[in-house]
Write a protein that binds this ligand. Structure first.
Ligand code: UD1
Ligand code: MG
Length: 469
């Protein structure tokens, strides 16, 4: 393929994208009547952002390379250089779409707040104006929530692009998302403010039915906002994995949201609004991510960059926190939580941590195998014993020299662990395996959330109370 065709759309692609965008725009225009149809509009927006992001990612490749935003694909024989930070394109298209979506999301309320027909000229009695009745007709709280989510995402995208440009060290960048979380934590405080958690039945005799965690609950939400973006960035390094895991999480969250919407659940459910809010953020996210996946799946034409990882993680943190289901969210992050905990010895430098821990490409076989960290000096007896035990449990693979000294040990990431277990494999097979793990763990998480929770909690909030589990 020549360089001119590789970054332009084929005729077939152009027609398909045009038809998709055209159909979505006509659906969108039709939602501007009656009470409006925000959910349909959001689906239409997802189609439109898909078409735009898909085209832009294709067209902007050379521009990004020229600007120095490029990376080497380490798992290919020739290590080709391809554009990086394409997640920034997705994030910007997404943010603009979410801003443009505001009138669609609040169409019904805007009409109601302007006296029924969109007119502002209805005479209101003075006492009504003074008591602020007119203001209360519009759900300012919901708009504030939506805008704070947008603001948090904007912060993270700016910081993410900064990281991609300047390659900030990871121990500095773990805290980046904390700043992004501030707007939504404030809105949570002012608007919702629930800091109680339901106590599992066996503990209720000691703690009572609910425990108020107070400020600790905010610390916990801040931690969720720091964890999600970094966790996605750490489960990275092979083609397609960052986007694929995010898509699986997003689709499972969408499935969870649908459980709360009519007609499956008695309507109006107290959590309907939060789950609609979540859908408005997730549907366009799926649109832009799919467009990226087409270019990032094996063999990658573009890399997503840290911007995408942070952005994706923050979308999940925003919907989890402002949609009041941050604990359910964590159940969909089981592989990422495992990957993080498994990485801690390297993150805290108990075991040397090379700049890159992605699996190692073997040019002779064309397969990936677990990458290793070398031990120039022998580990302390405690760590050596720990590694030995992990090796016996097949949780790590160590290589020793003839004197019985450890010379290298595999890097502690879930990708390398999978390769230790299953043996070397092709890059796309490894990516598919991770998608499988994510789907199985996610479905298990949702099952725990809606079924097993009944064993330790009195009720599942899908049918009764308002507290999340
Ligand atoms: C994180 C990981 C690091 C891993 C890296 C891979 C931690 C603490 N850090 O670092 O161990 O090596 O992600 O993304 O867990 N790349 C490929 N193929 C791919 C994707 C990326 O070869 O499919 C390479 C490219 O050279 C690309 C680079 O990884 O330029 C991107 O790495 P970067 O996102 O900057 O690494 P970190 O997020 O800092
Ligand atoms: Mg990264």
């Amino acid at each position: 393929m020549s360089s001119t065709t590789s970054n332009s759309l084929s005729r077939r692609e152009s027609w398909r994208l045009l038809i998709l965008a055209g159909a979505c725009i006509s659906i969108l225009v039709n939602t501007f009547q009656g009470d409006g149809a925000p959910l349909i509009a959001s689906i239409a927006f997802s189609g439109i952002v898909f078409a735009i992001a898909y085209s832009l990612i294709r067209w902007l490749g050379p521009v990004f390379i020229k600007a120095g935003l490029k990376g080497r694909d380490m798992a290919k024989p020739r290590k080709p250089e391809i554009p990086e930070t394409m997640g920034a394109v997705c994030a910007i298209v997404y943010l603009l779409a979410l801003i443009f979506f505001i009138p669609f999301a609040f169409y019904k309320d805007i009409v109601a707040a302007t006296s029924g027909g969109g007119n502002r000229d209805v005479v209101l009695e003075v006492q009504h104006v003074e008591t602020g009745r007119m203001l209360h007709r519009f759900p300012h709280g919901r708009l504030a929530s939506y805008l704070s989510g947008l603001l948090s995402l904007q912060c993270i995208v700016i910081l993410g692009i900064g990281d991609d440009l300047l390659d900030i060290r990871w121990r500095h960048k773990v805290l980046i998302p904390a700043f992004g979380a501030i707007p939504m934590l404030i809105v949570y405080f002012v608007d919702f403010g629930v800091t109680q958690v339901v106590v599992p039945v066996p503990l209720q005799p000691y703690l009572g039915p609910v425990v108020d965690l107070g400020w600790l609950y905010y610390a916990y939400m801040g931690a969720v906002a720091i964890f999600c973006p970094n966790a996605i960035n750490m489960l990275a390094g092979i083609n397609g994995i960052e986007v694929a895991q995010s898509l699986v999480i997003a689709i499972l969250l969408i499935a969870n949201d649908i459980l709360y919407l009519a007609p499956i659940t008695p309507f109006p459910h107290p959590a309907t609004d939060s789950h609609l809010f979540s859908l408005y953020f997730l549907l366009p996210f799926v649109g832009v991510s799919l467009a990226l996946l087409f270019h990032n799946w094996y063999p990658s034409k573009v890399f997503v960059g840290d911007t995408y990882c942070y952005f994706a993680g923050m979308v999940f943190a925003v919907v989890g926190i402002l949609g009041h289901f941050s604990k359910t969210l964590l159940l969909l992050f089981i592989p990422q939580i495992f990957n993080f905990l498994y990485s801690t010895p390297q993150l805290f430098k108990l075991i040397p941590c090379p700049r890159h821990r992605l699996p190692k490409f073997n040019a002779t076989t064309g397969l990936l195998d677990a990458s290793v960290t070398e031990w120039p000096t022998q580990p302390s007896p405690l760590i050596a014993t720990g590694l030995e035990v992990l090796h016996q449990m097949r949780l790590v693979r160590i290589t020793k020299n003839e004197k019985g000294e450890i010379v290298e040990s595999t890097n502690l990431t879930i990708l390398n662990l999978w390769l230790v277990w299953m043996g070397p494999m092709k890059e796309d097979r490894l990516a598919w395996s991770m998608v499988g793990v994510q789907v199985v763990c996610g479905l298990l998480g949702l099952f725990i959330r809606h079924r097993l929770a009944l064993l330790v909690f009195r009720e599942d909030n899908r049918t009764f109370g308002v507290f999340g589990v």
